[in-house]
Design a protein around this ligand. Structure first.
Ligand SMILES: Nc1nc2c(ncn2[C@@H]2O[C@H](COP(=O)(O)OP(=O)(O)OP(=O)(O)O)[C@@H](O)[C@H]2O)c(=O)[nH]1
Ligand SMILES: Nc1nc2c(ncn2[C@@H]2O[C@H](COP(=O)(O)OP(=O)(O)OP(=O)(O)O)[C@@H](O)[C@H]2O)c(=O)[nH]1
Ligand SMILES: [Mg+2]
Ligand SMILES: [Mg+2]
Lengths: 292, 277
């Protein structure tokens, strides 16, 4: 564990006399390695470690009786602070409808997460509607329709329509006509470097002016997480991030990378395939999971 | 005290950064750094300028041609089992392989053995219709039963290739991994020396967890190769280097898009060049 590693490092150092600033800088390599093994982005890890060294020197670790313990506390505090603030609230607007749009890379868990959000939002006393704007993946609309049935919410779809922007726009009329006060828009998976598809996402957002746009990101994503997150954030102005498949044994360093590069709050985590498997994000739990 | 020739530390730090950002992982990057220092010390590398070229040549040797070919059965059908975690790209990859084989004039049969996920069978069915290949779908919820029937159908209809699509599952879900082992055993019982290929579909954006996935799936169903999907993104897929080292699995195919034409046999030269591009 990181605690043991720090204790060992500082015990060896203090054995040779006073701990120095250089000792503190060397000890942070343990943290950097742990972060990289957890898939935190290389540059994010470096920046975080520099930050921790500054804090540690500022808090006079070198004068402390228990430098190892103080280092661990500083690392944990800094990581938790960086991952937060925690904000699982869905900001409903008045008058309704509140419009939520999900976007992200292929296979990240968007369609399933739409269902999970619908279930949560129903429990919060609202009447959500799902909108099928993935018109390209085979049977994507069927998948969302089945999910809607499982949750017990209507799914808006237009048979034979090829343009997802039209479906998105029409869904707002449908919501008004049927008294649905939350609209959840599922979109096709797309690469952040696919100009045509990123423009399509922008067009869907322009047509519906979502109050919340969430990036859905796979928890086991590696170094590339910063690239897609940065681009989606620049093109779509995200309101939050949802990390899926956290029921795996992935350390989830992508969470820190995405937070660091977008600055947007991680709202929820997906912890299973079933539609009740959505949890609030906890910064402290995430921090200890990443540190390993 | 370090005696003898040493490669410049800044050069090596920069290289380490490149490797880690390509998802090589800390352990692989460190090992490569040590190996390069050793090679430089005993003059197998001439100068700092030769480091990248030397490393590229070494990496290209990781995947010899024999490892990359698809094993075809002497008596049809050849059975290919496709597995991997949720959303990796299995169903789309099965469609790509179906199209490849059909284009070679082979008779292809698909088994829609994901009986769990919403619209999973419909998704593969649409691909089968678009490509023009047969598909076996079950009526119940037991994937092993679908596979059992698909094996009979493939033999009865004299198919050359049977491709089995399975449900996504996490390698940490013991019951689902046991289910996968059972599916493999059904195939093995029904068709001699099957499955002839067991492909693990990996998402190229996956980080170090891909190593855990590879180990667990290899243990459960004796994986014979990797289908590296979504390599058309910006992720480098360097994780397959660590997987070669730690789990000894070759990459056989790469996925380069969302249509059934977007597949290529794995090309180590192209892959290694792209890692350093
Ligand atoms: N274990 C686990 N599986 C999940 C989770 N979220 C989604 N999945 C599964 O991941 C796979 C992909 O989910 P989808 O909802 O189809 O992903 P998507 O982002 O809509 O995919 P595209 O539309 O093709 O981009 C499915 O097998 C889901 O059941 C999660 O939190 N945990
Ligand atoms: N860009 C790109 N997208 C891909 C590739 N392979 C698959 N996809 C996309 O990834 C998403 C998930 O693909 P699926 O084939 O449904 O994945 P799966 O592993 O069968 O998913 P589950 O059955 O839910 O576990 C879809 O949107 C595919 O179009 C690829 O090589 N490149
Ligand atoms: Mg989807
Ligand atoms: Mg599938």
């Amino acid at each position: 564990s990181l605690t043991n590693k720090f204790s060992d490092v500082f015990r060896r150092m203090s054995g040779r006399g006073k701990i120095t600033e250089q000792n503190v800088r060397e000890s942070i390599q343990q943290v950097r390695q742990a972060l990289l093994e957890a898939d935190v982005n290389y540059k994010v890890a470096r920046q975080f470690c520099d930050q921790v060294v500054q804090k540690a020197i500022g808090q006079e670790v070198i004068k402390s009786l228990h430098p190892g313990q103080l280092m661990v506390k500083i690392v944990n505090d800094e990581l938790t602070a960086l991952m937060g603030p925690v904000d699982p609230r869905i900001y409903y607007v008045s008058p309704p409808p509140t419009i939520i749009m999900l976007a992200g890379l292929q296979g990240s868990g968007k369609t399933t997460t739409c269902g999970k959000l619908a279930k949560l939002i129903m429990h919060q006393g609202k009447h959500p509607m799902l909108v099928a704007c993935d018109l390209q993946r085979p049977a994507a609309v069927d998948q969302l329709t089945i999910i809607g049935q499982q949750v017990g919410v209507p799914v808006f779809r237009i048979e034979g329509e090829k343009n997802p922007v039209k479906v998105a726009r029409s869904s707002l009329d449908q919501a008004a006509a049927t008294g649905r006060d939350v609209v959840i828009i599922d979109t096709a998976g797309r690469l952040h470097i696919d100009e045509e598809m990123m423009k399509q996402a922008e067009d869907i957002a322009k047509a519906t002016r979502p109050h919340q746009i969430y990036l859905v990101c796979d928890a086991m994503t590696g170094q590339d997480a910063v690239n897609s997150a940065r681009e989606f954030n620049q093109r779509l102005e995200l309101d939050g991030v949802i990390l899926t498949k956290f029921d795996s044994d992935a350390r989830g360093g992508a969470a820190l990378s995405v937070k660091a590069v977008t600055g947007k709050p991680i709202k929820f985590i997906g912890v299973g395939e079933k539609l009740d498997r959505l949890e609030e994000f906890h910064a402290d739990r995430m921090a200890s999971r990443i540190l390993g | 005290l370090v005696s003898g020739r040493q490669l410049d530390e800044d050069l090596m730090d920069e290289l380490e950064a490149t490797l880690i950002q390509a998802d090589f992982g800390v352990a692989s990057a460190m090992k490569i750094r040590q190996d390069l220092q050793a090679a430089f010390k005993d003059k197998r590398i001439g100068s700092g300028d030769d480091v990248i070229g030397f490393l590229k040549d070494e990496l290209k040797k990781y995947w010899p041609p024999a490892d990359r070919s698809l094993r075809i059965s002497p008596t049809p059908p050849t059975v290919v089992l496709v597995a991997g975690i949720n959303g990796a790209g299995k169903t789309t990859s099965v469609a790509k392989l179906a199209y490849q084989f059909k284009s070679e004039g082979k008779k292809v049969c698909l088994a829609a053995a994901d009986t769990f996920r919403a619209a999973a069978v419909e998704q593969l069915d649409i691909w089968a219709n678009r490509i023009g290949v047969e598909i076996v779908k079950g009526s119940g919820s037991d994937p092993a039963a679908v596979v059992y029937d698909a094996c009979d159908a493939a033999v009865g209809r004299k198919a050359d290739i049977l491709l089995v699509d399975t449900a996504g599952r996490l390698h940490t879900q013991d019951n689902l991994m046991r289910e996968l082992t059972k599916i493999r055993n059904v195939v093995a019982k029904k068709i001699p020396s099957a499955p002839h290929e067991v492909l693990l579909v990996l998402d190229a954006t996956t980080g170090q967890n891909a190593i855990n996935q590879a180990k667990a799936f290899a243990a459960a169903i004796d994986v014979t190769g990797i289908f590296l999907a979504k390599l058309d993104g910006t992720a480098k897929g360097g994780i397959v280097v660590a997987i070669r080292n730690e789990v000894n699995l070759p990459v056989k195919f790469v996925g380069l898009g969302e249509t059934y034409e977007d597949v290529e046999p794995f090309d180590p030269d192209q892959f290694v060049e792209a890692l350093f591009a």
